[in-house]
Each structure stands twice: as structure tokens, then as C-alpha cells.
Ligand binder design. Structure first.
Ligand code: GTP
Length: 710
């Protein structure tokens, strides 16, 4: 049935019978009988008919080139060597992988990649290029480069976490947070029985301090004093989660305020348990219950109201319930089973650093692992130091500092930043090596950042330049467009004005612009010049098609044309001209224009004579004038054209009726000979001194007046 329906469409070409698989494509009609159905595959002009057991479809038949490309791809698919590549591989890296130079890589990408630093992020594009190189690709993770390997090998890193058996209990590290003026410093002051608050300018905490408080019970707690939330955030930003417990100070006379909520959010984000100190219970305005209610509303489920968070009402000023608060902290620390490994190389975190006029560069750290001693060599970021002196918050010298304890270190060569991880290394040489690789890493990162900034700037400038150029062109003679032909301007055979259509392909954008700028200066009306298409890269099939449609010439500047495209051009009668010097390309364009201009007539002087006097001779009844002349230049030919010039003005143009030398009629008169010349026009009266110019007309090729300034 299908056969009958298709027969009128396919006509008498249904001749061949065979038993090919029905999903294959054929360039001739084939059909076979499959049980009860007739299956047909075949072709109709440029379309391949595909008939499956259940459907009929037409597909555009692939061109010879496409088929050839398919075969090449198929070949490489099977035979190609596998190369390992990665996403965002650069042209330079790919050249290394392929063991070829950068130009080779540019070629396999048909010059669509520009510089060695160009990053290829389109994997399909990458695959096409690699296939063209006759290889197959395997995607792997980007391998570390030499410097990265060096960094990994030479840098210092914290040790893997200790086993549970290596852990010894340590003081918890507590951060006191809360709203402004709710009494954080006063509370810390009360806890360590010292008066920090009195030393502060205007009563506002100015810096981060860290100190150890030994409670009456003998339990130890390390406190960090934070000015607002900045330090806590800074620590976290550097990945230093020093804090084991947050004490949230809420003034009973003020309740939950903006920064209270902020503190809660931050503690939660850091997954640090909260303990609430409801402060200022001595204040006449204190309302503990209201504060508790507000805490509940803020999502803090306090124990008294059925939750798990301990909330202790205290008065920092009057030192009320401080023991209760301390015991609650110890209980919380016990629940957390806080422990650390006191052995091996020291690991610590910088809490604060400062420059002391007498003691030099100092930084407060809290030890996290190992036991810090005098003489230890430390690195922190790109700073190094040898421990000269260790002191506690009261200024007392410490011989050794175990995990969980804060200490101020003297002996740094540079000042490490808060949050920086401090690592002990084996020797000063090792410390120097670590600093060196870290500095190179920073330099690399900086270069990468700079490269991004530079690339952004370049892109910005490029965009601006293009916009300006576009504007310039839109005002100019050519309406140049980046892509595609201007369809309505296909040359018409009946248009008398000669025209030249060109396509320009160049290696890089810069050169292309230079060529286009030169062509933009074309302003001669005698021949139309149209830039049908231009672009960067090798000459492509599309260029050939455009050149064929628009009867144009392809100018390939500093770029190539694959062999198959050249063959296609030859078969299509398309002229591809290769150049690598711009003025030569322009000269070539000029020649093409000249060759299209019609030839023009030009006068060529053969000889010149001076009239000596006029004679009159009788011809029948009439008297006709004869110019008695001497040939002063060249040769006068009887059959040629003549001009009579008097006082610089041409008074007559015409032909001779007679040329005589002495009494004889002659065909020509040479220089210095005298002659009598009679014009066909007998009305012309000669005067002595008139110049008679003998000339003829010749056709000469025209030359364009276009001067692009080269
Ligand atoms: N009545 C009363 N006043 C207190 C109590 N605790 C602190 N204050 C007062 O509250 C004010 C602020 O105390 P600070 O300890 O400086 O408060 P802070 O939270 O550290 O303030 P910032 O450092 O600015 O964030 C001071 O005038 C303290 O004397 C308390 O328990 N009772």
C-alpha cells in the first residue's frame, strides 16, 4: 500500500531490488518484503527516504563533504589514540597533551581559538578539534601543575584528627556575645576577678582578648572577649571554629534586642551550643520573666520553659549567681566531652595580634593540639616565628601551653592575622620553605585574579571599540554586518554598473579590522564594491557558498583553507586569493575593480603640423581652402582624425579629404616635410600659426580612482 502511495512521487526510478536493512540510507530505490509489510527506502533528489516498518520519513541527504567528514570522524572514532583532557583546558595545555605546537592546536580548531591562553570550556568543541587531530579524548580531572604539586608537597598542614584514645580533657573555649551594653565585659571581668571594663575607652570593648578563668571549683574556662560580632565572623570566615560554647548575655532590663538575635543566628550557623546569662537582675527595671518570654519568642527554648537551653539570671555588676553560671558552663562542657591531643606538633589559632613598641610583634593564640613551648618554630599564613616568650593574660610567663589555653606569643617575624592557623614545623628551614610555597601560591592566585580583571577590561574595551566601529560603519558607505550576506543584493545580470563582491577571512580580529578599515575608504562610483561577509578563521564551506551565490571573491588573509574546501571552491568556480600583506591585498582588490571597469576611448596623437599659409584651389566651380603646413612632430596620416587649434582653442575636429606633398596625393607626411591639407569641411578658413593635430582614438583599460592611502 505504501509502495503504491509513493510510486507517483518517486516515479520510474523504482527499479532496484535488494534486501538492505530498512533503517539504512540509500541513493537509489530499494525495497524489500518483510513478512506482511512492504518496506521501502530510497532517495528523491536531495532527500533520503527512510521507510521503517511503522513510519515513512524524508531526510536531507548528506552532501559529499558531510559524508567524507563523517567517514573521517568514524575512522578516528575507531582508530584514534586516546588523549586525556579536562574541562577548561587551555590551548597551550592541549598542545602539550597532543605533543604538538600551539599552531597545530589552532589548526585543529579551524583557527577559532586565538591565543595559547584561550580556555576551551565547550566540551563538544574540544571533542571536534581532537577528532580532527585523529585522536579520541578521555575526560579527566585537571592535573595539578608543578607549582601546585610543590605546594602540596612542601606546604604545612594540620595532622589528621587524633584518635579518641589520644584525647585529654581541655578547658572549653567560651565566647561571650550579646547586644551592646548588656554587660559582656562586666561579666567577663566579674568572672576573672579583674577589672577589664575600667581600662576601656568610654566603657566599650576595643579589642579581642582571650584569657583563662579558674573557677572556685578548680574548673578552667577560656574566654574570648568579642567586640560585637566582628571577631566571631572573622574567625569563622577563616574556618576557625574556636568556640565551644557561646554565652549569650541578655540584659533583663532591656530584653532580646537586634544584636541578641544576630548572636543567636551566628552561634547556630557555627553549630555552637548557647548558654544564656540573663544579666542585670539587680536593676530596678529588670524583668526576668519577660526576658525569658522574649527568648522563647526568639526561638531559644530555655530549660525553665521546657527547653534545653540553660538560662542563668545573673548580676555581673553585683557578682550574683556567677558560680551558678560557671557551673552551668562546666556542665555544658562535660556534655560536649571536649578533649584534645596534647602531643606532637602544635596547632593553634590566632585570636589577636598587635605590635608592641617594646616587645615587638605579638599574637594571642589558643592552642588546639600539642603543647606549645619556648623555642617552637611556628608558621601562620605567610608569617613565621620562633617562640621567645609565652605569657598568660595577666602577663605571667608560661613555660608550656597545653590545648584549650590562651597565650600571647613573642617572637614573630611578621604579624599573623586573627583566625590564621598556627602550625609548628620541625625547623626554621622547613618554615622558610612553607612560607615560600605559600607566597608562590598567593602570587598565583593574584595572577589569576589579575588575569580575570584584565580579561574583563579587555572585553569591555573590545565591546566599546566594536560599538564605535559599528557606528562608524553605519554612517559610512558600507553597511557592514558581522554575519551573513545581504540577501537582496545578489548581483543582477542586467545591472550595467560593474560590481565586485568580496568575502574577507583573516587570522585575527585586529588584522581583519585593519582590512575592513582600508576597504571602508572605497568611494568610487564606477564600480560597486560590496563586502558580502567577513570573519576570523579558516575559509569555510559557508564562505564558498556565499562566494558562489554572490559571485564573489574570497580574500584569505594570513589564514588557511582546508584542502577539501579548496577543492569545493575549484569545483564551484570560486576564486580564493591568499595574502599576508594588507597593501598587497588592497592592490589585488584594486586590480579586480580595474578588470571590471569598461575600457575607455583615448586620443593618441600621431603627428602635428603648423599652418604656414592658406591656399585656395579650384575644384570644379568652387574654391576650396587648403592649409599649407609643415609637419613638426610625428607623422600625419591621411586617414586619421584632425583637430585645428587656434590660440589654444579647438576650432574644428574632423577628417581630411586630401593630403598632398608637392603635387602628389600621399597617405602620410613625416616630420619636417611640407604638405597641403584639405579638410572634408570646406568652410574652415585656416590662418598662419594654426596647429593641426593628427590623432586617432584607441581604447585603454580604466583604472579606479580609489586610493586607500597605502
Ligand atoms: N545594673 C547593672 N548594670 C550592669 C550590669 N552589668 C553591666 N552593667 C552596666 O552596663 C553597662 C555596659 O556594660 P559592659 O560590660 O561595658 O557592656 P558590654 O556588653 O561589654 O558593652 P560593649 O562592649 O559596648 O558591647 C555598664 O555601665 C555596666 O556597669 C549588671 O549586672 N547590673
Amino acid at each position: 500500500m505504501r509502495f503504491l502511495k509513493l510510486k507517483p512521487l518517486l516515479g520510474p526510478s523504482i527499479k532496484t531490488f535488494s534486501s538492505y536493512n530498512s533503517t539504512q540510507r540509500f541513493s537509489y530505490i530499494t525495497f524489500k518484503k518483510l513478512k506482511h509489510n512492504i518496506n521501502l527506502v530510497g532517495c528523491c533528489q536531495n532527500y533520503v527516504l527512510q521507510l521503517h516498518t511503522s513510519s515513512v520519513s524524508f531526510k536531507r541527504r548528506k552532501t559529499g563533504e558531510e559524508k567524507k567528514a563523517d567517514r573521517v570522524l568514524e575512522y578516528h572514532k575507531v582508530k584514534g589514540e586516546i588523549v586525556e583532557v579536562w574541562k577548561d583546558i587551555t590551548v597551550e595545555e592541549l598542545a602539550k597533551v597532543l605533543n604538538k605546537d600551539v599552531n597545530y592546536v589552532r589548526e585543529i580548531f579551524l583557527h577559532e581559538v586565538k591565543s595559547p591562553k584561550t580556555v576551551i570550556s565547550d566540551m563538544k568543541f574540544l571533542q571536534q578539534g581532537i577528532r580532527r587531530s585523529g585522536r579520541r579524548m578521555k575526560i579527566i580531572a585537571k592535573p595539578a601543575n608543578d607549582i601546585e604539586v610543590q605546594i602540596i608537597e612542601k606546604d604545612a598542614f594540620p595532622r589528621p584528627p587524633p584518635s579518641k584514645s589520644e584525647l585529654k580533657s581541655r578547658p572549653p573555649v567560651v565566647t561571650v556575645m550579646g547586644h551592646v551594653d548588656h554587660g559582656k565585659t562586666t561579666l567577663l571581668d566579674a568572672l576573672r576577678h579583674s577589672s577589664v571594663v575600667d581600662q576601656e575607652f568610654g566603657g566599650i570593648t576595643q579589642h579581642i582578648g582571650a584569657f583563662l578563668v579558674v573557677l572556685d571549683s578548680g574548673a578552667k574556662i577560656t574566654f574570648l572577649d568579642t567586640p560585637g560580632h566582628a571577631a566571631f565572623s572573622a574567625m569563622r570566615a577563616r574556618g576557625a571554629n574556636l568556640t565551644d560554647i557561646v554565652v549569650l548575655v541578655v540584659a533583663a532590663d532591656d530584653g532580646v534586642m537586634e544584636q541578641t538575635l544576630e548572636s543567636v543566628r551566628m552561634a547556630r550557623e557555627a553549630k555552637v551550643p548557647i548558654l544564656v546569662a540573663i544579666n542585670k537582675i539587680d536593676s530596678p527595671k529588670a524583668d526576668v520573666e519577660r526576658t525569658e518570654q522574649m527568648l522563647l519568642e526568639a526561638g531559644i527554648q530555655i530549660e525553665k520553659l521546657g527547653g534545653e537551653v540553660q538560662a542563668i539570671p545573673v548580676s555581673a555588676l553585683k557578682k550574683q549567681n556567677l558560680n551558678q553560671l560557671a557551673e552551668a558552663l562546666v556542665l555544658q562542657a562535660d556534655l560536649l566531652e571536649i578533649g584534645a591531643d596534647p602531643k606532637g606538633l602544635v596547632e593553634a589559632v590566632v585570636v589577636e595580634s598587635k605590635l608592641d613598641p617594646h616587645r615587638g610583634k605579638l599574637c594571642t593564640v589558643i592552642v588546639q593540639r600539642g603543647t606549645l613551648k619556648k623555642g617552637n618554630i611556628l608558621v601562620a599564613g605567610v608569617c613565621m616565628g620562633r617562640v621567645r616568650v609565652l605569657r598568660n593574660a595577666d602577663g605571667q610567663i608560661m613555660n608550656e601551653v597545653p590545648p584549650g589555653y590562651p597565650t600571647e606569643i613573642e617572637g614573630w617575624k611578621d604579624l599573623p592575622s586573627p583566625g590564621e592557623l598556627v602550625l609548628e614545623v620541625e625547623s626554621e628551614k622547613r618554615a622558610k620553605d612553607v612560607i615560600k610555597v605559600r607566597e608562590s601560591k598567593l602570587e598565583m592566585e593574584k595572577q589569576e585574579q589579575d588575569a580575570v580583571v584584565i580579561a574583563e577590561k579587555q572585553a569591555h574595551h573590545e565591546k566599546e571599540y566594536r560599538e564605535r566601529l559599528q557606528l562608524k560603519r553605519s554612517l559610512g558607505r558600507f553597511k557592514l554586518r558581522r554575519e551573513g550576506p545581504r540577501a537582496p543584493e545578489i548581483p543582477k545580470d542586467d545591472d550595467p554598473t560593474p560590481s565586485l563582491n568580496i568575502i574577507v577571512k583573516s587570522d585575527v580580529d585586529g588584522t581583519l579590522e585593519a582590512i575592513l578599515n582600508a576597504l571602508d575608504t572605497y568611494d568610487s562610483p564606477e564600480c560597486k564594491m560590496d563586502l558580502v561577509h567577513y570573519g576570523v578563521g579558516a575559509v569555510s564551506e559557508n564562505d564558498i557558498e556565499l562566494a558562489q551565490t554572490f559571485k564573489g571573491i574570497i580574500y584569505a588573509f594570513n589564514t588557511t583553507c582546508p584542502k577539501n574546501i579548496q577543492e569545493l571552491a575549484e569545483n564551484s568556480g570560486v576564486n580564493i586569493k591568499f595574502h599576508n600583506v594588507i597593501y598587497k591585498l588592497v592592490d589585488d582588490v584594486k586590480e579586480e575593480i580595474n578588470s571590471r571597469l569598461p575600457q575607455k576611448e583615448q586620443e593618441e596623437v600621431l603627428g602635428e603640423a603648423t599652418v604656414l599659409q592658406q591656399f585656395e584651389i579650384n575644384q570644379g566651380r568652387k574654391k576650396v581652402p587648403v592649409a599649407g603646413c609643415r609637419c613638426v612632430k610625428g607623422t600625419l596620416r591621411k586617414s586619421a582624425l584632425y583637430k585645428v587649434v587656434r590660440n589654444g582653442q579647438v576650432i574644428h575636429e574632423g577628417q581630411l579629404s586630401s593630403m598632398r606633398h608637392l603635387k602628389n596625393e600621399v597617405d602620410s607626411i613625416k616630420t619636417d616635410l611640407e604638405c597641403g591639407l584639405q579638410l572634408q569641411d570646406k568652410t574652415i578658413v585656416f590662418q598662419p600659426g594654426d596647429t593641426i593635430i593628427c590623432y586617432h582614438k584607441v581604447t585603454v583599460p580604466q583604472v579606479t580612482s580609489w586610493d586607500p592611502g597605502f
